[in-house]
Design a protein around this ligand. Structure first.
Ligand code: NAP
Length: 425
């Protein structure tokens, strides 16, 4: 789809990323792509430009050049367009396929629950992907933080996050209560008096495409295992069905020697089962147990695929094990499209002070490069970030936890990473 833009210019130089096959998630990536970027609100104004500088350096060091297309949302959207999420921005991300954004603050009364959710839903970015790995030198509460190397795939469009809920005291909620009690026969389940009610939709389409993405990722990145994490022993027809549909994908859509669907994995250990060599094993685990095992048996897990709410909790918990929000990257995957974004928000109390840690946004850019097949540039970013942090040159959030660390501003940290990129290239 090619759009007309009201207030942003398409860079003259630079080429478009073209779709080769949307269903197969295949893009044709030129060496000089046009990539839309939203710097973001709050600390986005600090970490956005800092990350951009690092990504430019890594592209240049590997013989490429990014032609950025600045687009606007949140506060910058309101300043330019008097809108939180201008059509120019949504259209640019739709048309150019690969984009990166900083955090956005959703103002009260914006008409959205969250700008981020609106953006993900409008463009059907259905998988929120967070690689969680340890970077040498980052302070962590764990004894062996280096054991953590997981990638979480969180379903992004449904579950209790779909926003189908009714407020206590309204006619609507009473109508729903009446229907559930009288028509559906749950007449003695809900307490009398004021009540709020929400609905948890989990569909075959939403579950299967998420699990497919996670399995494809595992195959492409030589991962050993995909764990479907749900609470299907209690919520049988939603969470449980997610697990069943997910296992169907593993069983029916891939050859046995490529993907092995572990039998009865919710209740049985797989010790006796013969798994074809090099196959990705797909198993099911209960979400509550998983939260323990992530800490107690960290190195046993690899790629995790989950419904929306589980994904929200588990990915944050995994992030805490390797040093927290300042360094946690993420991206939203759709079919032949990606929108990279750090896990953290706009941290208003640190905004505009050239203080926040840009690592999460830099590593989100790294994930975007991975998706684009720029593995050399991605590795260079990892090496340069690790060299910078392990030398003890860090932003305030890490410095306060490292003895003898040197505190750098956001921009200074980015300069240090750029220098390391140039040295390592
Ligand atoms: P937050 O912005 O992530 O910040 C919480 C705290 O985490 C900060 O005060 C800071 O802790 C630390 N932190 C976060 N990012 C950091 C960074 N890059 N460097 C150093 N420290 C960092 O969460 P929040 O305060 O709950 O949310 C603020 C706003 O962001 C809300 O409007 C929310 O809706 C929005 N939000 C947006 C996104 C998104 O755009 N994807 C995601 C989450 C939240 P210290 O104070 O200890 O330094």
């Amino acid at each position: 789809m090619v759009y007309d833009y009201e207030q942003v210019d398409i860079p003259d130089a630079g080429e478009r990323i073209e779709v080769v096959d949307e269903d197969a998630d295949e893009l044709d990536i030129p060496e000089n792509p046009i990539i839309p970027i939203i710097h973001g609100d709050g600390i986005g104004k600090d970490v956005g430009p800092a990350a951009q500088k690092v990504l430019d350096a890594a592209a240049k060091a590997t013989g490429r050049e990014i032609h950025w297309m600045r687009v606007y949302a949140g506060e910058s959207g309101r300043e330019r367009y008097d809108e939180n999420l201008p059509a120019d921005t949504v259209n640019a991300i739709d048309e150019f396929r690969v984009a990166i954004k900083g955090p956005l603050t959703t103002p009260v009364g914006a008409g959205y629950r969250s700008l981020n959710v609106a953006l993900r839903q409008t463009l059907d970015f259905y998988a929120n992907v967070r690689p969680t790995y340890y970077i040498d030198g980052v302070p962590s509460p764990m004894k062996a933080p280096e054991e953590m190397d997981m990638v979480t795939f969180r379903e992004n469009t449904e579950d209790v996050y779909a926003g189908i809920e009714w407020e206590q005291g309204t006619d609507d909620v009473e109508q729903v209560r009446e229907f559930v009690e009288d028509e559906m026969g749950f007449d003695d389940v809900m307490h009398d008096g004021p009540i709020g009610i929400g609905i948890k939709p989990i569909s075959e389409k939403g579950s299967k495409r998420l699990v497919r993405k996670a399995i494809d990722y595992a195959i492409e990145h030589d991962r050993d295992k995909v764990t479907l994490v749900h609470k299907g022993n209690i919520m049988k027809f939603t969470e449980g069905q997610f697990g069943t549909w997910g296992m169907e994908v593993a069983e029916e859509e891939y050859p046995d020697d490529e993907v092995f669907a572990a039998p009865d994995s919710l209740w049985e250990t797989q010790d006796e089962v013969e798994i074809p060599e090099d196959a990705v094993m797909v198993e099911e685990r209960l979400a509550d147990a998983m939260l323990q095992w992530m800490q107690l048996r960290t190195d046993e897990f690899d790629v995790l695929a989950m419904p929306n709410l589980n994904g929200d909790y588990l990915s944050d918990a995994a992030g805490a094990q390797i040093g927290g929000l300042g360094i946690a990257p993420g991206a939203n995957f759709g079919d032949a499209r990606v929108l990279a974004e750090p896990v953290h928000g706009s941290a208003p109390k640190r905004a505009g002070q050239d203080k926040a840690n840009p690592t999460a946004m830099i590593l989100s850019g790294r994930l975007m490069f991975d998706y684009m097949g720029w593995k050399d540039a991605s590795q260079l970013i990892y090496d340069a970030v690790e060299a910078t942090i392990s030398a003890g040159t860090v932003t305030y959030d890490l410095e306060r936890q490292i003895e003898g660390g040197e505190k750098l501003a956001t921009s200074e940290f980015a300069d240090e990473v750029v220098e390391n990129i140039e040295d390592l290239a």
